[in-house]
Design a binder for this molecule. Sequence first.
Ligand code: SF4
Ligand code: SF4
Length: 332
Amino acid sequence: MKDEQMILDRDTAYKKKESLFPEFLNVETINQCNLNCVMCPIDKMTRARGTMSMELYEKIIEECRNYTNVIKNFSLFMQGEPLLDNLLERRIKIAKEAGIPNIQIATNGTLLTPSRAKKLIDSGLDSIIISLEGISKNVHEKVRVGSKYEKIITNLETLISIRNDLGLAKPEITVRMLAFKENEPQREIFIDHWKTKVEEVIINPLHNWGGAEPFGRKVSYANFKCDYLWKSMVILIDGRVPLCCLDYDGVYTLGNVYDESIYNIWHGEKYKIYRKKYKNNQIELCTHCNWIPGSIITHIRKGRVIYDKYKNSKKKCLSGQVKDICLLWTRK
Ligand code: SF4
Ligand code: SF4
């Protein structure tokens, strides 16, 4: 009965039918990075490193141009630092010219020099997320190993001023912090500092990468409501489609965009099988996963609080009973 209830819970958690085409696409243009952040499994990745060929990228864009009314978000990153890819701005321009909406990157900010900031603005990028792990050098550099906090802040402030001086609204800028125990005392100052300078401030929980890392909430699988397989798709540099963005090593392969269209993969046999397996609790990665896609602790937009789960959960976290929010700092 418990298992039946679990499946029922999950059945109501997502749409009964997948979208016509993935609404959220993550295209991994490069899978290399210049940092070694403590919560990132990139150092464990066994698949080949490199960049996506323009041939494959253009194939993706050619198909996506037919679904611009379905696509809600087109992210050019997955496992790696997108600014290491010298073709990035060209890729953004091509996507933009194809009419693809909400083109986004997330960056560690280390390579966001003034000339790169200008190129990104010129490319038509819609939004950029910059990862900051607090308001102090000490905490940020402890998490983002290999980075220089002051340099990133200078880069970010330069991006803001170049864009504002040009009188442009885009790219919208988000600063994103992960909820570590160490940066919790800086939370209010972080929000107050950035909420008037950038469009969005987001605090995300940590997660365990489907069990690969010892972080995150202790959630019951039965409470999980993941619609990833019904709405979102990742394409790796070699064209393979993994289960989701937590399948960082591409252990599950649901198709390859080199060989098939995105549409055919999305509506193909493998996706059908994995959607069914998900409902029946049979995907190993999902059984360990504690990430709910889109999960956010705090969301401030244009100075307004859109969402703040932190206040209700603070007592539980500080008392050590980690339930809703992860504020764990544990690494093997
Ligand atoms: S910057 Fe991103 S990809 Fe690079 S190590 Fe950190 S979390 Fe991983
Ligand atoms: S691993 Fe997690 S995020 Fe990925 S499909 Fe499974 S439950 Fe969803």
